[in-house]
Design a protein around this ligand. Sequence first.
Ligand SMILES: [Zn+2]
Length: 300
Amino acid sequence: MHRRPTLTLIVLSTLLVLLTTTALVACAETSAPPRATYAPPFCPNPARIPRPVAPAEKVSLPILMYHHITRLPPNANATWRTLTVTPEAFEAQVKWLADNGYHAIYFSDLVAYFRDGVSLPEKPIILTFDDGWTDDYTVVYPILRKYCMVGTFFPPVAWVNRSNGSKVITWSMIEEMSRGGMEFGSHTINHYLLNEQTAQRITEELVGSKAALEQHVVLPVVALAYPGGGHNPLVVSLAPKAGYGAAVGVKAGVEQAHSDLFLLHRITIPYSDDLKAFERRITPKSAPNAPVPPASIKRP
Ligand SMILES: [Zn+2]
């Protein structure tokens, strides 16, 4: 009679220890940064799982390149028309992607897919924004969140908080967007053409920009966008040594290959695109990605 409470106590204590251990292990497993592979954390239904893509050496994955999201005067020149999309057109494009089953992912998801066989959604896409303009915060960020998408932003760190105008992104904007699920990548410190620099200068630009960004953002800085597309074999070889997992080059295309992780293709979206042109531009010419049965999904 007297032993029973003691035994119960021992059993209860053991159970408590077991439960605590399990909880700690679960915590450790889920303490990785939030990932967008299955849906960004701010979405109303983050448990939604798109059909996963079978591991392969190549994947259809449009990486869209935007610069300015604003309206242009009628006399804007060809360069501006290549680098700018109106806010209305941008929202229509993002809505079209969401309505047509695309899932925006992070560069770390693409690296994990090629290197570790971690599943991607059937129709993955990466949206990138170069040069760190205020539009990233005032226009792009709210639209992406509205449609459950994430984006990757490439501000050259020497341009952040630049005092000569209000058109550049600030560190406080970057911090807020990062906490809100957005990814930041390196566009170096000074936006020099890296193929014209010495090995030492290239390394300083790559290492310094990554370290500066990582003082302000939640997710690790995995991706690099070569300023002006400038790269050569030396630049490409120094990028992984500086701690990057992927880099975008200048060749256009919607197919990405494991062997091209540091020369990934991007698609420029110009001012003139209507939705039909946009759809044509991002649709793969080859067969779509082959999904695998849910039982084979390898989770991050
Ligand atoms: Zn740039």
